[in-house]
Design a protein around this ligand. Structure first.
Ligand code: SF4
Ligand code: SF4
Length: 333
């Protein structure tokens, strides 16, 4: 049987050692049903997940976070609606658990209150596409708000219409000039917006473009070619992405049989602090075409043993784990 020592030597062994002790236990929290945008293609609103009665008592949020900490969560991923509309709720997490906040970037997280909280800013396409999909060029505002911030990166959702147009590089250049990092993922189009459809040909081309960006902007793009291959092809080793493979399913709702490798203790909580949602996106999304970046990264990460079949496969696993650890700041950029 292959072991870590037979598969990795030298620099790769060091890289493995830097991540092997991390025991990441993440969960996702809807912070509110409100948002200062209504993007076309938003899974939260299109699946009616915002229709819960959100908890408004700060004391209840604090009690809830204490319980989550006791449950073993060591990475709280805050999503929305828009979390920055409720800074006190964010603080309830930040004071207790390593916390990551996803935001559209229109409101700047005050750094005197949250000095080292990781912030991921959503960016869809480019300035023009944001106008079409989000009704606003949020990129212009978020760039001004977060320029030079060492704990911020862009979660850049590439759309099919951008491929081969030069806009992906133009956006990455702007992010680089602002002294920020960027992670790439693909638009899932939860509301079937016309003209934003992935075809096998476009997916092949976007993979090449993502690889190219990683090569040319290694200090800005936090990514790996193996992740690009998986998210564009839906294939990992000899397996195909879909419901029976997804690792990011809420544990108490996971009745799959057989059980795939999955995130341990993962739950996505609604803003009423009682309801749980099926997975890290929405129960109305079609799994076979889901392009969720974190779920694809996790797919690799939970399947460590399967990657221990050759040095190359295991190096791919290390790269993806490293990428995840960097994005949530368990290790430096
Ligand atoms: S900013 Fe996020 S939560 Fe708000 S509408 Fe857009 S995608 Fe949905
Ligand atoms: S929609 Fe995506 S994240 Fe949710 S269960 Fe399906 S594949 Fe997983």
């Amino acid at each position: 049987m292959q072991t870590v020592s037979t598969l990795l030597t030298g620099e790769w062994k060091k890289r493995y050692n830097a991540i092997s002790h991390l025991n990441i236990r993440s969960s996702i929290y809807d912070m509110t049903n409100k948002c200062n945008l209504r993007c076309k293609g938003c899974f939260f609103f299109s699946s009616d997940e915002h229709k819960l009665q959100e908890e408004t008592s700060l004391g209840k949020w604090e009690e809830f976070v204490e319980k989550e900490k006791e449950r073993g969560v060591n990475l709280a991923i805050l999503i929305g609606g828009e979390p920055t509309l409720f800074l006190d709720r964010i603080e309830a997490f930040y004071k207790r658990i390593p916390t990551y906040c996803a935001t559209n970037g229109l409101i700047k997280v005050p750094r005197d209150r949250f000095p080292d909280m990781m912030v991921g800013i959503s960016l869809w396409g480019d300035e023009n596409e944001e106008q079409v999909l989000r009704g606003k060029n949020t990129f212009g505002t978020s760039l001004k708000n977060y320029k030079g911030d060492p704990y911020t990166y862009y979660l850049y959702t590439i759309t099919p219409r951008q491929v081969g147009t030069g806009t992906i590089e133009r956006i990455i250049n702007k992010i680089s000039d602002a002294g920020l990092k960027v992670h790439l993922q693909l638009f899932s189009n939860d509301e079937d917006v016309e003209g934003f459809v992935w075809t096998p040909g476009i997916l092949d081309r976007v993979r090449d473009e993502m690889d190219d960006m990683l090569e040319r902007y290694p200090n800005t793009v936090i990514s790996s070619k193996y992740y690009h291959k998986i998210i564009t092809s839906g294939k990992m080793l000899d397996r195909t992405w879909g419901w029976m493979e997804c690792p990011s399913v809420t544990e108490p709702m996971d009745t799959r049989n057989p059980q795939p490798k999955r995130l341990i203790r993962f739950i996505r909580w609604g803003a009423d602090l009682k309801t749980t949602h099926r997975c890290c996106t929405s129960a109305t999304r079609e799994c076979s075409t889901c392009k969720d970046g974190a779920a694809h990264m996790s797919w690799v990460m939970v399947n460590k043993r399967a990657h221990m079949r050759s040095p190359e496969d295991f190096q791919h696993w290390v790269e993806v784990y490293e990428m995840f650890a960097k994005l949530y700041r368990f290790i430096p950029w």
